[in-house]
Design a protein around this ligand. Structure first.
Ligand code: 9MR
Length: 400
């Protein structure tokens, strides 16, 4: 059976507004054209999989397969693409039942100045989701990255606690009752910073102390009593010494938070994976999920993608197969646990992924990555082997 697989090609006249610069040297088609009007052209609403005859929309969509198991399936949304390319939103609404803003709810997006908020893009994401009956994950309320430029000169030990709680009250309060789950604190553990508790020496830690995490969770609960409050981190998936240590540090942080009565309900396991290393992927994270469940915490796979820069093959068919193998293996493993309630990928189509940034492709700077479930060419989206691998892992998920 021949499957329709998107093939990269060079097209120097069309450049995505969003991806400009990312793929300048890569042999790949970019996601959209500079003129938004180009996408006013009629496009097929459905995901195209013309060649193999397998139904991928309606009953064949990821959404339908996930819902049959009571699962959430989704992706991170790029607001520029959502605004500019109609087929982007149509495919998301067709395939998923949950979305998360890739950047639009981060501090840098929401806080033009220390005293003002700009909710334009975040509001647009929530409106899109509500229109299409998709749940929304909020990402994120407290992170060491993506702080606005004014932050360093404005935040002090005296005002940081107030700044953090005001931000959380305002943002989580605005969307109260409309957010499935908030990543309240993102990436607070970084063992290499050398602290005995494994905590990252972030601006928040330096300004407030380790209790900033608990303060953030309490503020989120005050502002939105129904959102599932989540701690989100990466580097928790492989059975390497580093990731073993990171899982242990996250568990200690959680113990500390629970002992202090902080309102934590779930952990986001980002799942930025890579091709190869499959032997060290599965057991440890499975055990981690079980430990979280014993602590009454659900798990979400929040940012899945598969970095294939390490592959030596230059054949895209093989690249796609290796990426799909990681999806299948990993999702089969984590979905054995009923406490895993959601799977989201970090982006919709390969060409739009953050992994296309040159610094994420050190081994093969000339080659585009193929980390996601779909490919896109001229606004037309096609499923890749990873799409089918994910769908069948959803089908196999153990659910009552
Ligand atoms: O994909 C996101 C990229 O567009 C942003 O420039 C970057 C900094 O805000 O964040 C990326 O998303 C990250 C996410 O927010 C947290 N986990 C790691 C993701 C990839 O770096």
């Amino acid at each position: 059976m021949t499957k329709r697989i998107w093939q990269g090609r060079v097209d120097s006249t069309r450049r995505s507004v969003v991806m400009q610069g990312f793929l300048a040297s890569a042999g790949a088609v970019l996601a959209s054209a500079p003129a938004a009007r180009a996408f006013d052209l009629p496009r097929p609403a459905k995901l195209r999989d013309a060649d193999n005859g397998i139904e991928t929309s309606g009953r064949g969509s990821l959404r339908a397969h996930a819902e049959a198991r009571g699962l959430l399936i989704g992706c991170a949304v790029n607001m520029s693409l959502l605004e500019q390319q109609p087929s982007y939103g149509r495919v998301i609404a067709e395939q998923f039942n949950v979305v998360v803003g890739e950047n639009c709810m981060k501090w840098a997006a929401l806080r033009p100045t220390s005293t003002t908020f700009d909710f334009k893009q975040a509001d647009a994401l929530v409106a899109f989701a509500e229109e299409h009956k998709l749940k929304v994950r909020g990402h994120n309320l407290c992170w060491h990255e993506n702080l606005p430029k004014w932050f360093a000169a404005t935040a002090t030990k005296e005002n940081a606690r107030q700044l953090l709680t005001d931000h959380i009250h305002t943002v989580a309060g605005r969307y109260k009752g409309r957010i499935h789950s908030w990543d309240v604190v993102n990436e607070a553990i970084w063992i290499k910073d050398g602290r005995s508790d494994g905590m990252r020496v972030s601006p928040w830690l330096e300004l407030i102390g380790p209790e900033y995490v608990e303060i953030a969770f309490r503020a989120a609960r005050d502002a939105d009593p129904t959102a599932i409050l989540t701690y989100n981190d990466y580097g928790l998936e492989y059975d390497t010494p580093d990731e073993l240590a990171k899982r242990a540090a996250v568990l200690s942080l959680i113990e500390r938070l629970q002992a202090a009565g902080a309102p934590l309900q779930a952990v986001g396991i980002q799942s930025h994976l890579r091709t190869g290393d499959i032997a060290s992927l599965g057991d440890g994270v499975h055990d981690f999920i079980k430990k979280l469940h014993k602590r009454r915490l659900d798990s979400f796979i929040t940012e899945m993608d598969v970095n294939d820069d390490g592959l030596s093959e230059e054949d895209v068919t093989q690249q796609d197969r290796d990426v799909a193998t990681v999806y299948k293996h990993y999702l089969q493993e984590v979905l054995k646990e009923q406490s895993v309630k959601a799977v989201l990928t970090w982006g919709l189509a390969d060409q739009q992924s953050w992994l296309q940034a040159e610094k994420e492709r050190p081994k093969h700077p000339e080659r585009a990555q193929r980390p996601l479930l779909l490919g896109v060419s001229d606004g037309v989206y096609s499923p890749k082997p990873a799409f089918y691998a994910t769908r069948s892992a959803l089908d196999e998920a153990k659910r009552r």
